[in-house]
Design a protein around this ligand. Structure first.
Ligand SMILES: Cc1cc2nc3c(=O)[nH]c(=O)nc-3n(C[C@H](O)[C@H](O)[C@H](O)COP(=O)(O)O)c2cc1C
Length: 215
C-alpha cells in the first residue's frame, strides 16, 4: 500500500480554526465521555513525534470520581502547604493562582500523562539534558494531539501542570513509579457554561524572526 502523502481530510483554514478554537477550559457539563471518544483522543496522541520514535508516554484516563477527588485533596493539601510557607503579602495572589490547580474534578474524565525520561544514550555527557527534554517535549506534543482531537470532536480540555505541586502524593495514589513520572493532568469533557474568551496572543513580529535566503 502506498503511503498517503497529501492529506486531504482537513484544509488549511479548517486546521487553523481547530488550532484557534482550542481553549484551556475549566468548565464542563455533566455529559459523560464514552470509551469510543476516549479511544479517539488516545489514537491522536499516539501519532505524536518522539525522539527516536520511543513514544515515551502513557495515558491513564480516570472516570472514577472517588479517585479524582482523592487527587484533588492531595493537590489542595500541597497548595495549603505552599500558602503556609508564603504567608506574606503575595499570599492572596498565589491563592487565586492555586484555584486553577484543583478544578479538574469538574470534568467527567481526567487524563494523567506519564513520561518516561530515562532512555538516555547521552547520559553522563554534557548533553544529557537533550534526551530528558526531548521526552518531555514529545509527551507535550502527544498532549496537544489529544486536546486537538477533543476539540475536533466538540469536546473541551485543559492541560495542567499546576497539580504537580503534589507530584509524589499523586504518583503514590495512581501507583506511578520509576521509570515513569507523572507529567500533567488533562481534564476532558463537554463544554460547561463558563467558556473562556479567546485570550490575547502575541503578534507574529514579536515572536518570529525570519532569516531569508542569501541572494
Ligand atoms: C504546560 C501547561 C500547563 C498548564 N497548567 C495549567 C494549570 O495547572 N491550571 C490551569 O488552569 N491552566 C493551565 N494551563 C493552561 C494555560 O493557563 C492556558 O493554556 C493559557 O492561559 C492560554 O489559554 P488557552 O490555552 O485557552 O489558549 C497550562 C497550560 C500549559 C501549556
Amino acid at each position: 500500500m502506498t503511503a498517503e502523502l497529501t492529506p486531504t481530510f482537513i484544509d488549511q483554514a479548517g486546521f487553523l480554526d481547530l488550532a484557534r478554537a482550542r481553549r484551556a477550559t475549566r468548565s464542563f457539563s455533566n455529559r459523560p465521555v464514552s470509551m469510543a471518544e476516549l479511544e479517539l483522543l488516545v489514537e491522536a496522541a499516539r501519532w505524536a513525534p518522539s525522539p527516536s520514535n520511543r513514544q515515551p508516554w502513557k495515558f491513564l484516563s480516570i472516570a472514577d470520581a472517588g479517585l479524582t477527588h482523592q487527587l484533588r485533596d492531595a493537590v489542595a493539601a500541597g497548595c495549603q502547604k505552599l500558602l503556609e510557607k508564603r504567608a506574606g503579602s503575595d499570599a492572596r495572589a498565589i491563592e487565586d493562582y492555586l484555584r486553577n490547580f484543583t478544578f479538574f474534578t469538574a470534568a467527567p474524565v481526567l487524563f494523567a500523562v506519564l513520561v518516561r525520561r530515562t532512555h538516555n544514550r547521552l547520559a553522563e555527557t554534557d548533553a544529557s539534558d537533550i534526551e530528558v527534554e526531548g521526552a518531555t517535549m514529545a509527551a507535550g506534543m502527544a498532549m496537544q494531539n489529544l486536546m486537538l482531537a477533543a476539540v475536533a470532536n466538540g469536546m473541551v480540555a485543559c492541560p495542567m501542570s499546576g497539580p504537580m505541586i503534589a507530584r509524589p502524593d499523586l504518583e503514590e495514589i495512581l501507583g506511578v513509579s520509576s521509570p515513569w513520572r507523572l507529567m500533567a493532568l488533562i481534564p476532558v469533557g463537554w463544554p460547561g457554561p463558563d467558556q473562556p474568551p479567546p485570550p490575547e496572543r502575541k503578534r507574529h513580529d514579536l515572536i518570529w524572526t525570519h532569516v531569508p535566503a542569501k541572494e
